[in-house]
Design a protein around this ligand. Sequence first.
Ligand code: SAH
Length: 392
Amino acid sequence: MGIKIVLKSGKEQSVRRYHPWIFSGAIKKIYGDPSEGDIVTVFDNKDNFLAVGHYQPGSIAVRILSFEDNEPDTEFFRGRIRSAIEFRRSIGLIDNQSVNVFRLIHAEGDNLPGLIADFYNGVIVMQMHSVGMYRIRKEIAGILSELMGNSITAIYDKSESTIPFKAGIAANNEFIYGDSGPVVVTENGFKFKIDWTTGQKTGFFIDQRENRKLLSAFTKDRSVLNMFGYTGGFSVYAMKDAGLVHSVDSSASATDLADENVKLNFGDDSRHRSFQADAFEFLNDIRNKYDLIILDPPAFAKHNNVLANALQGYKRLNLKAIELIKPGGIIFTFSCSQVVTRENFRKSVFAAAANTGRNVRILHQMSQPPDHPVNIYHPESEYLKGLVLYVE
Ligand code: SAH
């Protein structure tokens, strides 16, 4: 038997409730000298088997792969990956004419902690968040190409900046299988150019697909401001029937992408303009200019110790939008911080509204789409939350 980890008394409870993380503070003793990414077996204080997982020095010491006493070998991973693919097939995401961009594997949400894989019209972009998964990336790519068959042309590994830097592994972003330049994907009939080598994350914020679709119901003849626009996802949907659409991002490469994607769908259309600007500054000057505002900022809080600051940030941002939007305006507001709960986010927006004194109704509560499933035992996997507001 390999490395054995014994938990302190009482610390087995969350594992018995199938939470997939073991924090370093829960560990009583490690038998052996595990390297980063090794498979370890976890026991309670009375030597009862609990789980097997990937070891990682740091706050999350073990990412659990299985609560059963089985070896996480190729057959094991093939089973998990097959299950992720079959689920997406069952909800109609695979071989779909109007959507060929989706998340194929969503880490804890698919019982594969540390592993993300996104599908872009035949190209899979993988991103590993643990050394355990990074070490078996070629095996995983092999399973993916076997199970997806002819529907994929290439698999790209983009883990350089996501595997823990302490590991001292000089990871290079590279193709593991096949080769491909940027591709054009279709999402609900709209086209987007995806360049995973230069883009943020794996290249696209796939998780907003259904919220972008919901936006279409509100855009007719409106003046739309898409803050933190990145690839212009929301802008493209709005261009269908809005009066004007402005995309704002602090990054010039993002505003270029938004322009390119609008052009891909609508040609040269003077209704759209991009602005490279800081969101907070831009918002100072928008009084009565817009009647639909999208606020989709990057995660303000990556850790619990900065939670209070993050909540203040959401409050400030939403306050400006609620205060300055035209009467009868609509706001799509989001938080993608894992440590900010739905309730906390709503409280920040509530505090912002109260400061303005305007009448605000909540029309929709938004979340992440089913290809980003939430593991019911791992509440942290519910990271995306949003509200659609009507401001009288
Ligand atoms: N709404 C996008 C995703 C947004 S990601 C989509 O649907 O695809 C967040 C974006 O905010 C990034 O593109 C980043 O460049 C931008 N950003 C970060 N800080 C900013 C700031 N202070 N002002 C404006 N944009 C900012």
